[in-house]
Design a protein around this ligand. Structure first.
Ligand SMILES: [Zn+2]
Length: 112
């Protein structure tokens, strides 16, 4: 069952990093902005869409999130769909997702 969120809480609940984008370590408190470091793997990350996607992907794997719940932590609907279809439906693991994101960046930066 999707969790209902009160309208005034929606902005608080959007754009959150709850899990380390790199190792999947769960944080005590959600990270909403700025630059942070994971105490488990020591990787540094910001709250860019790239890291939000990777973090939401870990959360989806670990907590079996449905699309409605993913949308509450990933504010952009396209990115929420991206996470849902790749991780929940196609069962992409962390390495596969990283590789795909890397391919997108190669395509975008390729000289035509
Ligand atoms: Zn980590």
């Amino acid at each position: 069952m999707p969790i209902e969120v009160e309208p005034n809480l929606k902005s608080v609940l959007s754009n959150m990093i709850n899990f380390c984008p790199y190792c999947g370590n769960q944080f005590d408190k959600p990270i909403k902005d700025g630059i942070s470091q994971c105490l488990n793997c020591t990787r540094v990350f910001d709250c860019s869409n790239y890291h939000i996607i990777l973090s939401a992907a870990w959360q989806t794997r670990k907590q079996n999130l449905d699309l409605d719940r993913i949308k509450k932590i990933v504010p952009d609907e396209d990115f929420a769909n991206f996470v849902f279809y790749l991780v929940d439906q196609a069962c992409y693991n962390h390495e596969e997702l990283l590789r795909l994101l890397e391919k997108f960046s190669l395509i975008k930066n390729a000289k035509m």
